[in-house]
Design a protein. Sequence first.
Length: 315
Amino acid sequence: MTERTGADGATGTRAVPGGGGGMVTTTSVVSLGDGWEAGDGGGARRPEDGAAKGVVTAFGQSLKTLRLREGLDRQEFGNRLGYSASTVASFEQGRRIPSPSTIDRADEILNAGGLLRLWKEEVERAQYPVFFQGMAALEKEAIELVAYDTMVVKGLLQTEDYTRALLNVRRPPLDEETIEQRVAARLTRQDIFDRRPTPLLSFVLDESILRRPYGGRSVLRGQLEHLLLIGQKRNVEIQIMPIDREDNPGVNGPFTVVTRRDGKKFVYAEAEGIGSLQTDPERGVMAAARYGIIRSQALSPQESTEFIEGVLGSL
């Protein structure tokens, strides 16, 4: 079990990789800040903690060494890679994190023979805050992911415009570079919908979410259309919890339950910028049971589709 101390002295425990490639079950991990949705994905991201920066710096040095060996300046290499010379400099200096596909492309361009590809797993892990690394690994191993949300559309379901609108209303304001990094981050994680083997994905959204026009009506319209499209996937079910329900066990707020291939369940919840990944088996079972009740009280997937269509038609 690994203990982590936050900037304000908050401590917790986190799930760490086990020797068999899985996760070692610990009690929970708690982190302050909004980083769990912010650190992942995209073509270029920033490392989130000291250890991650070390990995990314070492990768950058290797990238630079191989580039110089090929006799390429940053501009020429960037043109072949599809990035500006300044972005290449950021990669090499460990200030930005390239995507896995970018690493593959760089390996080919620089005739690295797989040397850069060896870094992919470590570099990918470095894109996440320490407290989210366990959750990120769980998402990749998930055979089932279920989530209940009450304030905004789940990150995995968001459109690019909706994500950008949410980030634009953050207070204190985020700088433009951070916003673009986080937009790319959130969109990248959505490959969970198409990966193989196919996980089972279920989402219950509070009705009020469908009526909050973050970014304006056109953004909301695009988001609702996206929900209808995603809901057509055979491994996805989207349900709406009407606001007139008198009995709703989701009063404690939004949460996500991930089930791993070995049957173990993990719970993630966030409130007021505090993220918590619960790895205690009892909490996982209870959260899954609570989600089952919430799901039974929500509209059916077909009824939910018709409900979303109705809201969409009113915009």
